[in-house]
Design a protein around this ligand. Structure first.
Ligand code: WT7
Length: 654
């Protein structure tokens, strides 16, 4: 494959003074890691992280795949993100420039953030939260959300942030799965001028049962909207914290102590609680934030992700703060009050490094076509130095637009491939070193042994697609699936793959450059607007509507704006509906899925059949369903199909 033709060289202005400057510097880091992986990461761990007790061990492979990094070292993540910057005189530096949905701006210094974190940490301790306890955080984008995460880290409690768009049912599953003792939430969230419930959903989740572990619900007052109150369980955050001391001795934890759990979708069954460590994770977060974004003291970084996803963990709460950067945190949405909001904010806050998702770029391209007044060219974006992309493949057309119209042709785009499980960047350009090719995430981060292999774990030649694996451990890697070590081993280190980490994506390397291109998930995981969802999860939500649904199959359909959309094929218990009936029931099922999982999981397209296409042995022919979803002519062999007549039914759109 030589699809990689247009190459963008590293701009001289970026290469000069870059943390990793030029290809030889990149190669020498790769060589250092190749020569001694433990020593390489050990050096970085000492440079980027402050340890309470220094580690003597670097990497322990003895209990693979339960790898351990820096195991005998102790540290505190919140100390690393806050205190040490104050101690070196950066207390008055802005840690967070918060812009609210309505445009109000709040500048929070490192000293402020430390004091607020300590007060909440003390409040949690007063409520009896101890090292190792789990705390669920169900909040929208706010300084308080970041403070809540830092406060947990400070006292050694393991946080589990649940994205504010998940339903009561999903929240209940995550609270119960983690056995959380406290839930931290807000009365409501403000997005795009609308007040949306948060606390009411926590109430509903707890009422669903199975959350007996929860002793307290701490509520940040964001909007002052009407909410129900349980005097025995609910506490206002401002009342809990106002009497607390603004210092709090950090709880020094071992490097392998679980910093957080983050539930993510897999190809089978319920979402899994990805467990991350403190030491290794923080090392990966700090080094990658520094190198991939080439952050300097004077930079203003803005990652538009939500703290409910891993990007918001690593590249908002932990990475930028661990290296003492200034960052913008945004409460709202890119289209409110208009689709020029991102560019307006870059201009207002003089953002120099901007990190967002391809789906956002594509939807803003569309919005610009409809309204030239919000074209990025109408704003002063001269402060920008580096652009980033994350969450899904960025198509070359969107890349070029981002590069030309947002970056003014002078800003490298770092297309960062990574996952909830990897903790930090895995394959990405380094802006001062890597020539860019649109559509390729280029080369592995130094120290990451990414490779493309066949089903038995053997390398495939460049130019030939295969499975993306990582051959050697890295500090930020997933440590376990919470409460399910067997599933951890089988999902990520399947026996046939020679002990390699299986990413779940397909990839291909360019013949000439060796550059990686991610070809998409090879399992039943969908990526809709950068949100990860399992087809099985949506199928179980549909069939849990037992009054209506007999059977359901869900597939992804490629979509120009959102990457993929969800397409569901449903067999009802009653007769197959058509016309208005079909549309009404489809709407009802969409609503059902939103209630079961969350609005992000709503199938866009629902089609009804008397049956699903199955082989004579009863297996649903998913490949066939994928073609039907795309309205493609069927080229597959359907001779083994038990019931060919249903195909015509399933081709009908509602
Ligand atoms: C999946 C992981 C990485 C944090 C946000 C998503 C896809 C992610 C890229 C990219 C191509 C990408 C993969 C991956 N993905 N970044 N730059 N190019 N694909 O984390 O929710 O765990 O999803 O997102 O399919 O496996 P996640």
């Amino acid at each position: 494959m030589s699809a990689h033709k247009i190459t963008y060289p590293v701009p001289g202005a970026v290469m000069k003074d870059a943390h990793v400057s030029g290809m030889p510097a990149y190669r020498s880091l790769v060589a250092e890691a190749d020569a001694d992986l433990g020593a390489y990461w050990g050096r970085l761990a000492r440079e980027f992280v402050s340890w309470r007790t220094p580690f003597a061990k670097t990497l322990d492979v003895g209990s693979a795949p339960f790898f351990k990094w820096f195991e005998d070292g102790t540290l505190n993540a919140s100390y690393n993100c806050l205190d040490r910057h104050v101690e070196r005189g950066l207390g008055d530096k802005a840690a967070i420039v918060f812009e609210a949905d309505d445009g109000q701006v709040n500048r929070v210094t490192y000293s402020d953030l430390l004091a607020r974190t300590c007060r909440l940490a003390n409040a949690l301790k007063t409520r009896g939260v101890k090292k190792g306890d789990r705390v669920v955080i169900y909040m929208s984008m706010s300084v308080e959300g970041v403070v809540a995460m830092q406060a947990c880290a400070r006292i050694g409690a393991t946080h589990s942030v649940v994205f504010g768009g998940f339903s009561a049912q999903s929240l209940r599953d995550r609270i119960a799965g983690a056995g959380a003792v406290v839930v931290i939430t807000a009365d409501e969230q403000l997005r795009g001028g609308k007040q949306l419930p948060l606390k009411a959903i926590v109430d509903e989740a707890i009422a669903l049962g199975g959350c007996d572990s929860v002793k307290d619900v701490i509520v940040y007052r964001r909007t002052g909207g009407q909410i129900a109150w349980d005097a025995l369980r609910d506490r206002w955050m401002h009342e809990e914290t106002e009497t607390q001391d603004d210092t709090c001795e950090p709880e020094w934890v071992g490097a392998e102590h679980p910093l957080f759990l983050l539930y993510t979708s897999g190809s089978t069954g319920k979402p899994k609680g990805v467990q991350h460590s403190t030491g290794g994770y923080l090392v990966h977060a700090a080094v990658s934030t520094s190198w991939t974004f080439d952050l300097k003291d004077e930079d203003v970084f803005w990652c538009t992700a939500d703290i409910g996803w891993v990007t918001g963990h690593t590249y908002i709460t932990y990475g930028p703060l661990s290296i003492g950067a200034t960052q913008v945190v945004f409460e709202g949405v890119p289209t409110y009050p208009d689709a020029g909001r991102f560019w307006q904010m870059i201009q207002d806050h003089k953002v120099s490094v901007f990190y967002t998702a391809p789906t956002a770029i594509r939807s803003l391209i569309k919005a610009t076509e409809a309204n030239q007044a919000i074209h990025p060219g109408r704003y002063d974006l001269a402060s920008l130095r580096i652009l980033g992309s994350v969450g899904e493949p960025i198509n070359p057309a969107a890349w070029e637009w981002y590069h030309e119209h947002v970056g003014g042709g002078r800003c490298p785009i770092v297309d960062t491939f990574w996952q909830t499980e990897t903790g930090g960047h895995m394959i990405t350009p380094l802006p001062g070193a890597t020539p860019l090719v649109p559509g390729s995430c280029t080369l592995p981060f130094p120290g990451i042994a990414a490779a493309v292999v066949d089903e038995t774990g053997n390398d495939v030649p460049n130019g030939q697609g295969g499975l993306l694996v990582v051959k050697r451990p890295w500090p930020g890697m997933i440590r376990n699936i919470w409460g399910d070590p067997e599933r951890f081993k089988l999902s990520y280190f399947p026996p046939e793959l020679q002990g390699y980490y299986l990413a779940g994506d397909g990839a291909i390397r360019d013949v000439e450059t060796g550059y990686f291109t991610i070809t998409g998930r090879i399992d039943d995981v969908l990526n809709v607007s950068g949100h990860r969802m399992g087809t099985m999860e949506i199928e179980s939500a549909l069939v849990s509507c037992t009054a209506l649904v007999a059977e359901a199959a869900v597939v992804g359909r490629p979509d120009e704006t959102t990457g993929e959309t969800i397409c569901a094929f449903v067999v009802l218990k009653g007769p197959r509906p058509t016309g208005d009936d079909a549309r009404r029931i489809a709407a009802e099922l969409r609503h059902w899925v939103a209630k079961e999982i969350g609005p992000i999981a709503k199938p866009k397209d629902i089609r009804f059949g008397d049956n699903l296409p199955k082989t004579r042995s009863g297996k649903i022919m998913r490949r066939l369903l994928r073609s039907i979803a795309k309205d493609e002519a069927i080229t597959q062999d359907i001779s083994t199909l038990e019931n060919p007549a249903v195909l015509d039914q399933l081709m009908e759109r509602n």
